[in-house]
Structure formats: C-alpha cells, structure tokens
Design a protein. Sequence first.
Length: 250
Amino acid sequence: MSGHNKWSTIKNKKAKTDAQRGKIFTKIGREIVIAVKEGGSADPAVNGKLRDVIAKAKAANMPGENIQRSIKKAAGEGEGANYKEITYEGYAPGGVALIVEVVTDNLNRTASEVRHIFDKCGGSMGASGCVAWMFERKGVIELNNEKNLDEEELMMLALDAGAADVEIDGDSVVIYTDPNDFSTVRENLENAGCSFFSADRALVPTNTVDITDPEMVEKVEKIIDWLEDYDDTQNVYHNANLPESDDEED
C-alpha cells in the first residue's frame, strides 16, 4: 500500500497568495451553498454533505466566520438557488486528459468561456465521457503527520479508520477511500486526533501521462492554471505527471 505518492505528482500546486486563498474560499463557499440546498438543512449534525464541506474548509484554513456566513447565506431566501453543477471534459496539449467541474448560474456563458480557454491554450474540449473513463472517484485525504508516526503506525491508523489504500512518500501521506466511505473514514481520523492538509472526494487518474519536454510542460501547466483561475471552476483534474518545480518542493 505504501510507496511513491502518485497524488502529489498530479496535483497542481500553487503558492498560497492572499488572492488565491480568497478564490479557494469563494469556491468552498459555493460548495457550502450547494450542500445546504441538496442536504435540506443548514445543520451539519444532520447534513453529512455539509459536514464534509466544512471539514474541507477547515483543512484549507478558511476562517470560521466565513464558514458560518456561507451557511447563513445558503439558508437565506433564494441565495444560491440558481447554481448549477456541470462537468466539462477534453484534452490539454500532449494528450493530457482534463476534467473541469464548475458551478455556475449561467450555463451558456460558462460553456463558451471554458471552451475559449481550451482553444486559447491549444487544447480541445470534447463530448461528455470522452476522458471520464480514465478517472475514478475516490475519497482523498492528505494527512498532516503532526505526531511523526512511522509508516507502520500510519498504515494501521488508516486501515483502522476504514481506508482502502495509503500512499506514503517521506512526509507526504495520502489516504484513499471508497467515495461512499469517505465521510466515515474522515470522521474516524478526526476522532483519532488527525488533522488534514486537504480532504475531499476527487477524481484520480487510473494512469498518467509523463510530460517532460519543458515547452510541453509549460503548455500543460498554462491550460491547467487558466482553467483553475476561471471564476466558475470548482475543480480541475488531469492525468499529467509533471516535473516538480522548486516552489512546489517547499
């Protein structure tokens, strides 16, 4: 179960500037709105989806007052009622598969703008299902190993919590779960005193594409960055294995 951490090679890591943190909080705020609407309650004690999003918000260091403000907004009259979730699929340069999850109140505008990003960056947007088969939905928890547990202790901790798989690479610990078990595993780890760098249900590629040519690396990173920076984007998933840059190793 342990070994090289594949998740770290496909995550697009950025410097956490104030502007980027603000965008992350905005995206999580939308997720809170949707979780309240779909779960039918603003009480996390009875709304499991809201509980999961709150845990994600805390892992992202979203202030508690921001979380509560988003919950109150979601519970208010008509707030976020027109939000729609939609997924776009396509390819980046180099044959890299891309999946873009968005939340929008204007489907036509968002579809046009996402397609423009694909075209502008040398990619191609495809039909629904064109690359989805290359990914699996899993619960993904990046553990903060504050207790400095060794590999065996980490494995036992994860397995006892109900994890399906664990990847350990130095200080990096990623725990995978069946998507249906994600909430239970996350809560079991929390109850065991663990804290997280991130915790979410995510799309994990079943195979990756090695991108090593510097020019192609730049093109792939550009389209990923542009899609992630788009205001309506919630998540961007890809199957590129990109070389780590110096600022990603900090």
